[in-house]
Structure formats: C-alpha cells, structure tokens
Design a protein around this ligand. Structure first.
Ligand SMILES: Cc1ncc(COP(=O)(O)O)c(C=O)c1O
Length: 370
C-alpha cells in the first residue's frame, strides 16, 4: 500500500508513537487536580507548552492548546470578531481551508461583513487586491501560510509589512515542512499535530500577548480561561514532540522531498497547479483533462495507491474545488483535480510506482469517461 495523502493526515512518526505509548501508562492525571498526580500532569502540560512556544519563537502564555486547527481557526476568527462592534469587517482569502471559510460565513449571520481577497492563476493571494479591500472597519485579515490543495506559499511577509490596525491570523497547518512563519507582525497562528506526524485531535493557537479572545468553550479555567475543558495532556505532549521532530528533520526531509516531488512531476501528463510559484514540496496538485477525479482515485486505489482529489474535507462531496475555481479554472476543469502529497515516510520506490501507475490509470479513466 502506498500512502500519498500527507496533506490530509500523516502516519505517526515513530518518536511520537513511542511517546504516546509511554504517556498512556504515565501521563493520565488531571492538570487542575491538587494532588500529586495533578501536579505531575500540570508540570508536564507546562513543559509541552514551553516546547511548543520555543519552537514557534513565542512566549509560553501565548500558546493555547486546542483539539486541532479547526478549533484554533474557529477560535481566532469567531473569538476576535465577536468582540468587535457590529458591522466590523473580516478579510479572508478565496482559498482558505473550510475551517476558516465557514467560520467567516458564520460571522456574516452575526452582523459582521466578510470580504474575499482574490488569488492569481497559481493560487497566490494578490496582496494589492487584498489591501484595496481594507477599510476603516476592517478588524481582521486571515490568510494561510501554505495552501492545502495546491501547496502554494502565500505572501504572509508582505501582509505583515503592510499591516495596519487590523489583526492578522495565519493558518500555518501546511507549513511544517518549509517552516512556520516568523511571528513578528502576526497576531494569531494555528497549528495541527496530525499534519506533522502527530495524532489527530491536537493543535494550538498562538495568540499574541495582550490580546484576548471571546472563548468558544466556557466552563473551567483551563488555558487561562481561553479554552475550557480538562486539558488533553497527551495531545499536548504529542504536539510538542511532533513539532520538535519535524524541526529536527526539516533540512533532510526538505531536500529529500524536493527530489521526490521533482521526480514525480517530471513527465506527468497534465496541468501542474501553481507551476512557477513558490510551493511547499510536499504537495503536487494536477488537473487531468477529460477525466473525473473520482474514477481515477478508485483505479489508483485498486493499485494500492492512496491519493486525493483536493482537500480531504471536501473530497466526499462531488462539489468542484472552490480553490481551483478561485484560481480561474472552470468547474469542468476542476473536476479532474488530483493531489499527491508526500511526507516523512515517503520513498523513491513509492514515487516511481505511483508515476508508473498514472499513465495506465489515466488511459482507463478516459476510456471510461467515453
Ligand atoms: C490548511 C488547513 N487548515 C486547517 C486544517 C484543519 O486541521 P484539523 O484537522 O487539525 O482540524 C487543515 C487540515 O485539514 C488544513 O489543511
């Protein structure tokens, strides 16, 4: 079986698996309990926070542990905008993940306005067009660091350079391989463990010191009243470990995956999305003319190859990709979208097998399409 869908989720790194096994034996205390089990849990939770903060270049109190990046993105957008006067505006790019896109949509039903910043043919946010949308009522801008469907690196530094009184949120879930953005000028940043070789259900929101958000979950005083609920200590430790191993192996993995990605892309017959733009090497997305992605996925699956048709969150539906149509492709073209995504355990043999399987699979899919 070949797994080439790391942008959807990744297998556990061996270091994280070992840590989880150890934790299930030892680290099950409630961090708010007053006895020694609680004390030990609290200590380990704060150690995890310190490690995450150090890796991001943040202060410990700026890290809020969450159940993943969907929660972190929701908390950032809903938590900030809900404190703003009615009529305040939010800007999101046209290619944001559903966890940002739908949160923005929800805000329009609460009396806020949302402006959508366009992207170019490569899927890159057009900074000048985004800045033209900024007005006196703009309270927040949310732009991802790396797009999850195309892999294109977004111009976060240019947005930081152009910053006004609005807050900047960055969804940095897919930038683990190329490195998370520098926090200077960024007010909030979301991460998820399972894109880094950690478990699903663990993530964090960086929230710049001094800023307060309206919490999504209320109850206990955990996470400094910013996220109620018994702390998921094991998830926090696993996030810290996954981030640490990712950073440690980044130079080697980056070089290796660039090589694998280039090999996969050489001679593949189709249109490579984002060609010419700066892309994270773990994602390679293609439009194949005259085929529908679904039958192609099935044919590849029969060969033991798991790839995806764009984002996992929307691939169960037959809806055309919002990202690809925002890039200026037609709905019909967007139906032939296949995303290959690589990660820490991807190998040369796997890439060669997938490359070899693509030609016959495309031919069969086209025949089936008539
Ligand atoms: C760019 C991006 N943002 C947010 C998410 C959501 O992360 P999680 O699965 O941790 O909720 C994902 C993963 O699907 C993603 O790729």
């Amino acid at each position: 079986m070949i797994y080439m869908d790391y942008a959807a989720t990744s297998p556990l790194r061996p270091e994280v698996r070992q840590l989880l096994l150890n934790c299930y034996h030892q680290d099950w205390g409630n961090a708010t309990s007053l006895h020694s089990h609680g004390h030990r849990a609290r200590m380990h939770l704060e150690e995890a926070r310190e490690r995450v903060a150090r890796l991001l270049g943040a202060r410990v109190e700026e890290v809020i542990f969450t159940s993943g990046a969907t929660e972190a993105n929701n908390l950032a957008l809903l938590g900030w905008m809900r404190q703003q006067p009615a009529g305040s505006r939010l800007i999101v790019s046209a290619v944001e993940h559903p966890s940002v896109w739908e949160a923005a949509k929800a805000l329009t039903f609460e009396g806020y306005a949302v402006d959508v910043a366009p992207v170019d043919r490569c899927g890159r946010v057009v900074v000048e067009a985004l800045l033209e949308l900024v007005g006196p009522r703009t309270a927040m801008v949310s732009v991802m660091a790396v797009n999850n469907e195309v892999g294109v690196v977004q111009p976060v530094p240019q947005l930081v350079a152009a910053k006004g009184s609005w807050k900047l949120h960055v969804d940095a879930v897919q930038s683990g391989l190329i490195g998370w953005p520098q926090l200077e000028g960024i007010d909030m940043l979301s991460l998820s463990a399972h894109k880094l070789g950690g478990p699903v259900g663990s993530g964090c929101l960086y929230l710049r010191q001094g800023l307060r958000l309206a919490p999504l979950l209320v109850g206990g005083s955990q996470e400094d009243h910013r996220r109620a609920g018994t702390s998921n200590l094991i998830a926090a430790l696993a996030l810290a470990e996954a981030m640490e191993v990712s950073v440690r192996s980044r130079p080697e993995e980056l070089e290796r995956l660039i090589g694998l990605r280039n090999r996969l892309e050489t001679g593949l017959e189709g249109e490579l999305l984002g060609r010419g733009a700066q892309r994270s090497p773990h994602i390679s997305s293609w439009l194949f003319e005259g085929v529908r992605a679904e039958p192609l996925l099935v044919l590849l699956d029969l060969e033991g190859i798991s790839v995806s048709s764009g984002s996992a969150c929307s691939s169960h539906s037959v809806e055309p990709s919002r990202i690809v149509t925002a890039m200026g492709y037609s709905v019909e073209q967007s139906r032939g979208l296949i995303r290959f995504s690589l990660g820490h355990a991807s190998s040369l043999e796997e890439v060669d097998r997938v490359w070899g399987a693509m030609g016959p699979a495309l031919q069969r899919a086209r025949l089936q399409a008539g």
